[in-house]
Design a protein around this ligand. Structure first.
Ligand code: OAD
Length: 253
């Protein structure tokens, strides 16, 4: 199969860009075998709606159910490895004076692929804190027979994954750095996200209103598609390596 075509004018724009932002969603991990949110869940969890499990209300009503769902997702991610899309993004900083990687993903695969200083808007599945007193919890006992959720060593409350649930605020410093990067960029990529969950979905909007070139990478159209400057339709595991190859290749202009 021939590699995806990257338009010459986009390559030229990227070659002269100084500040570049990539904002990623679940689609960038799809080729690693991590299901996206708007895919139907299969197997054990098929009857649950991920939007309803990832809420503080659900945790308060049935902490074991929500803990077990996140434990299942952690297991899935532990078996997954970064795909060529993650790997290509990890090499992007070599090509720009300033590169910011923002993700809605909680799977840590960007960091595993070698990306540094990732702005994790929705937290991380492998970090924990107490839902009741807020203290950070460094290690949990995830073994057979361990209480689910674990009890907080400080207050005896319920330990939870340090991820942002629906209805909760995003980490303010992370969000403000992401907004600033989107506003000041020359080019912003929106990759593998359905672009419907705010505030993350406002990153390309902020960029567009600041005159930034916005490039969408996604196999299917999203609400951003009609507004993006360039739309590269296809899987990020193929398109991002093709962009990198174009950046690394000889300058034809
Ligand atoms: P979604 O599940 O909403 O969207 C995934 C997107 O990835 C879709 O637009 C797919 O078309 C696209 N996609 C699928 N396969 C792809 C591939 N191989 N390459 C590129 N794109 C592909 O995921 P998000 O937009 O990340 O929030 O969801 C946003 C937030 O909603 C999540 O962070 C999570 C969720 O509820 C919280 O947990 C707070």
């Amino acid at each position: 199969m021939s590699p995806p075509h990257i338009p010459e004018d986009l390559i030229a724009t990227l070659r002269s860009a100084r500040r570049v932002v990539a904002s990623t969603g679940a689609g960038v991990s799809a080729e690693s075998g991590v299901p996206t949110f708007r895919d139907a869940l299969t197997g054990l969890w098929a009857k649950y709606d991920p939007m309803k499990l990832g809420t503080p209300e659900a945790f308060e009503e049935d902490p074991k159910l929500v803990w077990d769902w996140f434990a299942w997702r952690r297991q899935l991610v532990q078996k997954a490895a970064p795909n060529p899309g993650h790997v290509a993004l990890a090499a992007f900083p070599e090509h720009f004076e300033d590169f910011t990687l923002v993700t809605q993903n909680v799977d840590g695969l960007h960091r595993q692929a070698g990306s540094k200083n990732v702005l994790e808007l929705h937290g991380n599945l492998f970090r924990f804190r107490c839902h009741d007193c807020g203290v950070r919890v460094d290690a949990i006992d995830d073994g057979e027979g361990a209480p689910r959720p674990p009890a907080c060593a400080v207050c005896g409350g319920r330990v939870r994954p340090d991820v942002v649930w629906f209805g909760e605020g995003l980490p303010e410093d992370v969000l403000s750095r992401a907004f600033t990067a989107a506003r000041e960029a020359d080019v912003l990529f929106s990759i593998g996200t359905s672009a419907v969950v705010y505030p993350a979905a406002s990153l390309p909007e902020i960029a567009l209103s600041s005159g930034v070139v916005v490039v969408e990478v996604n196999p299917t159209p999203t609400p951003l598609t009609p507004h993006a400057t360039h739309v590269l339709q296809g899987p990020s595991g193929e398109i991002l390596p093709a962009i990198l190859a174009a950046l690394e290749g000889p300058n034809l202009t």
